[in-house]
Design a protein around this ligand. Structure first.
Ligand SMILES: Cc1cc2nc3c(=O)[nH]c(=O)nc-3n(C[C@H](O)[C@H](O)[C@H](O)COP(=O)(O)OP(=O)(O)OC[C@H]3O[C@@H](n4cnc5c(N)ncnc54)[C@H](O)[C@@H]3O)c2cc1C
Length: 440
């Protein structure tokens, strides 16, 4: 049984762990089988993009070689199962950092390509795919192919954000970003309203990293209040790698512990803590990856798991759409601990199916309370749809096929270039009728 990160979807698979040096033979053997095949990295996708119910799952983290590195130019080639965590341990002491990083370092390079992930610097650097120079892909029908902006350019663009469907990525070549320090200068600023968030984002265009935590229980004039964070790299020459120490969340939290009251108290304490006004230096690890300190933090949401909803709205309609979503959430009484707002810039990546576009995104986690949570999510989808936005497949477990196909009209191009042996639970759900429904 393999679970999604949100722990709502759990399916039987034929699980095969790829091993460095044997991976090509293992993948070819899987292609020979009857069942469909899907690569699975570190399983940090919240829903079913990395699941393939009833099929074969090729688990990649054993495929973890640093194939080549030029520390003069920062160009590296790594096996697709190497994680960002492992790469950082090697590249930070050499004065290089990930050009784009999501909010956890426990993702593989293959997973970062397949979801074309983004980070707090999207307004300046676009998404991950903008920094990928070459990909080595193994397909069941064409064998090994190399992809870049110049070679097999269409397949390259469909593989960035292609949800693992164009074949199994063997390696990724990436241009790292130079750093003079492992530390950043941070300013955390309490923010009183949604308009304040948009003003601060506009004023902070020159800062490398910007993001805001938002208190979903605030209403009226305080709707959209939160803590705005901005940061820029330091140049003090200290290149300290992150520590590998972390604590483990012991068991699933009982469902009753997460309610309107406990989340409101958490939100109030979070806003009132001294860190909410912190101005000073911070190591990259707590700045980019605060949740990585708690292994298995997804158990926090209890045995029924949780859903994430991340949407992106076009720039001109963003403020109105986000306001409507926050009002709907406040009305529902179902709070989110981890609600994050971010303005995205116009530069993205060549990825045809990539989630990121210019606009504003809102990411939310909600404990799975059955029908009421699903109703809230349908309402949020309706608002996003009405404003011409889209939902992020890496975070999704339940958007309808109709909405997906409307928001990602290029899906037919991906379907045409999909490796015929590769499929996923997500893809069947959003392209065929009758995919796996979520139970109340
Ligand atoms: C705490 C947390 C914070 C996060 N923050 C962000 C964020 O800020 N921005 C963001 O964009 N995302 C974010 N995410 C989501 C995460 O970055 C993505 O889901 C990422 O793709 C997960 O990588 P993975 O290695 O776990 O891949 P998996 O989740 O295992 O797989 C993801 C996709 O990649 C495909 N895949 C994996 N390896 C290969 C391969 N070798 N060949 C072909 N396909 C492959 C899978 O088939 C699947 O479709 C966050 C997730 C968590 C848990």
């Amino acid at each position: 049984m393999v679970l999604s990160w949100g722990r709502v979807q759990r399916y039987e698979h034929d699980v095969r762990r790829l091993r460095a040096g044997r991976e090509i033979a293992q993948i070819k053997a899987a292609f020979e089988g009857e069942a469909s095949v899907l690569a699975h990295g570190l399983g940090r996708s919240y829903g079913d993009v990395a699941l393939n119910d009833g099929g074969c799952l090729l688990v990649t983290p054993g495929m973890d070689q640093l194939i080549s590195a030029d520390w003069e130019t920062g160009r590296v080639r790594t096996s697709a199962g190497l994680s960002n965590e492992e790469l950082l341990r090697v590249c930070v002491p050499k004065g290089w950092f990930l050009p784009v990083t999501p909010g956890t370092k426990f993702v593989t390079l293959g997973g970062a390509v397949a979801n074309d992930v983004h980070g707090k610097n999207h307004h300046k650097k676009g998404s991950f795919g903008a920094h990928v120079t070459r990909i080595g892909l193994l397909r069941s029908d064409r064998g090994f192919v190399e992809l870049s902006r110049d070679e097999n350019a269409d397949l390259f663009a469909l593989t960035l954000g292609g949800l693992g469907l164009t074949g199994i990525i063997l390696w990724v070549e990436l241009q790292l970003a130079p750093i003079q320090s492992a530390y950043v200068d941070v300013e955390n600023i309490p923010c009183d309203s949604l308009s304040d968030f948009f003003r601060l984002s506009e004023e902070s265009q020159e800062w490398d990293y910007t993001v805001m935590w938002v208190d979903c229980f605030a209403t009226g004039d305080e709707l959209g209040r939160g803590i705005f964070s901005r940061a820029r790299p330091r140049s003090d020459g200290r290149l300290d790698v992150h520590s590998t120490k972390a604590v483990k969340w012991p068991v699933p939290t009982p469902g009753f512990a997460l309610n309107r009251m406990s989340i409101s108290v958490f939100n109030a304490l979070y806003r009132a803590r001294p860190g909410a006004r912190y101005v000073g230096e911070q190591h990259y690890d707590p700045f980019f990856y605060p949740l990585d300190k708690i292994l298995d933090w997804n158990l926090l949401y209890g045995s029924k798991g949780f859903f994430q909803h991340q949407s992106l709205l076009p720039p001109e309609l963003g403020e109105a759409g986000i306001r409507e979503m926050l009002q709907r959430i406040a009305q529902s009484g179902q709070g989110s601990f981890l609600a994050v707002l971010k303005v995205h810039g116009p530069e993205t990546s060549p990825g045809v199916m990539s989630f990121c576009r210019e606009g504003v995104s809102l990411a939310l986690d909600f404990a799975n309370k059955g029908a009421s949570t699903l109703r809230l999510f349908s309402d949020l989808d309706a608002i996003v749809r009405n404003y011409g936005g889209r939902v992020y497949p890496a975070k999704d477990s339940r958007m309808s096929a109709e909405f997906f196909q409307e928001a990602y009209p290029e899906w037919t191009r991906l379907e045409a270039e999909r490796d015929p042996k590769v499929s996923s639970s997500f893809w069947r759900r959003v392209t065929e009728t009758g995919g796996n429904p979520i139970d109340d």
